[in-house]
Ligand binder design. Structure first.
Ligand SMILES: Cc1cc2nc3c(=O)[nH]c(=O)nc-3n(C[C@H](O)[C@H](O)[C@H](O)COP(=O)(O)OP(=O)(O)OC[C@H]3O[C@@H](n4cnc5c(N)ncnc54)[C@H](O)[C@@H]3O)c2cc1C
Length: 455
């Protein structure tokens, strides 16, 4: 017979971004059975894209981590950071020790455009750029050549707007944020004067949210322009899916199209109904060839962009593709290759295994969307718990389980260790009036815990 300690109901969550954090919160609030949650994170720092995706000039959005901190302080939750699923611990390990496993690993890889010239120097993935300016250790050593005057951003979502905005913010605007120091230097000395954002479809189909689009018109030293002719091109076809956000976007864009230039140093041009055909240049990006699209309704009632015969070329020295993120398979975990996600039905993967967040439904929605999403996944898990349909692990004590993980990864970063990193970063930021100065290598992060730094 197992002792009460051994009989604890254990859930492993893989990934400490919004989805993993909300899932943990829901599980810990469940009152019928006490659940014990171990939150695994491959980086030494928690909170996923809130730290490594959300733009540095959006500190209010980042303050959602206050909520995640409260969850992490719960006595039935342990953070096992700097521990990677598939590297330090395997599925077989977790099935041996947990009643359920919840994947919350996000969708970390960029989508390619699949056009000639995409691999030329000067062509960049927004995922890499975002990771780099946010101090994600994986992107610390990436190089971005911003010496040219024009950059093109391909994409019509908030990530495209983040990239465009980061390219035109002034040093003064950047210097008060938690942007990585290496990026602050490069962006402050950038030669970029114009950023052209290129959307495949029309203004009413753009996936921008209203505040992000509005913010673009409020920058201290950058004008925003919209070609009225391109706005009109989208007018002819009524979009059956146009929602209030899309309609408000169109209003904001109309206002931009009539706005006189304020004579700022930099400019963001929002272009519509254009698709990239090729990047050109000898040895590096020098231009982008685009084709004009026309909107048309398909047989299933959706609105498609179809290429016309009209082509144009924009000289540009840097191109950023921001056309979406995709998931990558985890070892031994079912993967839906078509949707590029962990295969699941409403969050259920297979007995005892669940998925939540972007890894479950794809890279869309804001941070809060993951809360509702976590409700659904945790609901499925609790239903299966009530039906006696979870895994049947070997009983193990808290201490023995932690010992097991520490044997696999002696540099396990627990919540107390993360707080030491957090304190160091905040202290470094304080003299300059910044929220924090990010430590951007694993060695520096571990050094803040007092471990002498060893990658
Ligand atoms: C550039 C960008 C800017 C954004 N800005 C905003 C914004 O301003 N406002 C807003 O509301 N939303 C924003 N979003 C959306 C928001 O970030 C997402 O909705 C949210 O982060 C998705 O949460 P997630 O937990 O599914 O994934 P993620 O946040 O990606 O978290 C996944 C976590 O899993 C970890 N992990 C991955 N693999 C493993 C493994 N094998 N073992 C252990 N751990 C692993 C990762 O390190 C990461 O910490 C932005 C997204 C991007 C990409």
């Amino acid at each position: 017979m197992s002792s009460p300690v051994d009989a604890k109901l254990r859930v492993a969550i893989i990934g400490s971004g919004p989805a993993g954090s909300y899932a943990a919160g829901h599980l810990l609030r469940h009152t019928a059975t006490e659940l014990h949650v171990d939150l695994y994170e491959r980086l030494p720092t928690p909170w996923g894209l809130v730290r490594a995706g959300v733009a540095p000039d959006h500190p209010k959005i980042k303050s959602v981590t206050n909520l995640y901190e409260r969850t992490a302080e719960h006595p039935r939750l342990r953070l096992f950071a700097n521990v990677e699923f598939g590297r330090h611990v395997t599925l077989a390990d977790l099935r041996r020790h947990y009643h359920a496993i919840v994947y919350a690993v996000g969708t970390p890889v960029d989508r390619a455009m699949g056009i000639p010239g995409e691999d030329l120097p000067g062509s960049y993935a927004a995922t890499d750029f975002v990771g780099w300016y946010n101090g994600h250790p994986d992107f610390r050593n990436h190089q971005f050549d911003l010496s040219g005057e024009r950059a093109v951003v391909i994409g019509a979502g908030n990530v495209a707007l983040d990239v465009a905005r980061m390219l035109v913010l002034t040093r003064a605007e950047l210097a008060v944020t938690d942007i990585a120091d290496h990026a602050l230097e490069v962006l402050s000395n950038s030669g970029v004067r114009e950023v052209v954002v290129v959307a495949r479809r029309g203004p009413a189909q753009a996936a921008f949210t209203n505040p992000e689009l509005r913010e673009l018109g409020e920058l201290s030293d950058a004008d925003v322009t919209v070609d009225p002719d391109e706005l009109r091109l989208g007018d002819g076809v009524a979009d059956p899916n146009a929602d209030p956000t899309a309609l408000r976007n169109v209003e904001i864009l109309r206002e931009y199209s009539t706005r006189p230039l304020a004579g700022h140093t930099r400019r963001v041009a929002l272009r519509f109904l254009l698709s990239p055909l090729a990047l050109g240049g000898s040895g590096r990006v020098e231009s982008v060839t685009l084709v004009r699209n026309a909107l048309g309704l398909t047989a299933d009632g959706s609105l498609r962009a179809r290429a016309t015969d009209e082509q144009l070329q924009i000289p540009a020295q840097a191109v950023f593709r921001a056309i979406g993120y995709r998931g990558t398979p985890l070892a031994d975990v079912p993967f839906d290759a078509e949707r590029e996600l962990i295969a699941n039905e409403n969050g259920r993967v297979r007995r005892g295994e669940y998925v939540v967040g972007w890894a479950k439904r794809g890279p869309s929605g804001v941070i809060g969307t993951n809360k509702k999403d976590a409700n659904e996944t945790v609901g499925a898990l609790l239903e299966d718990l009530a039906a006696g349909e979870l895994l049947d692990p070997d009983p193990i004590s808290d201490e023995a389980l932690e010992q097991f993980v520490r044997e696999r990864q002696p540099q396990l970063v627990d919540y107390g260790d993360w707080l030491a990193i957090d304190r160091r970063e905040r202290a470094l930021g304080e003299p300059a009036g910044r929220p924090r100065v990010k430590l951007t290598t694993v060695a520096e992060l571990l050094d803040a815990i007092g471990w002498g730094g060893d990658d």
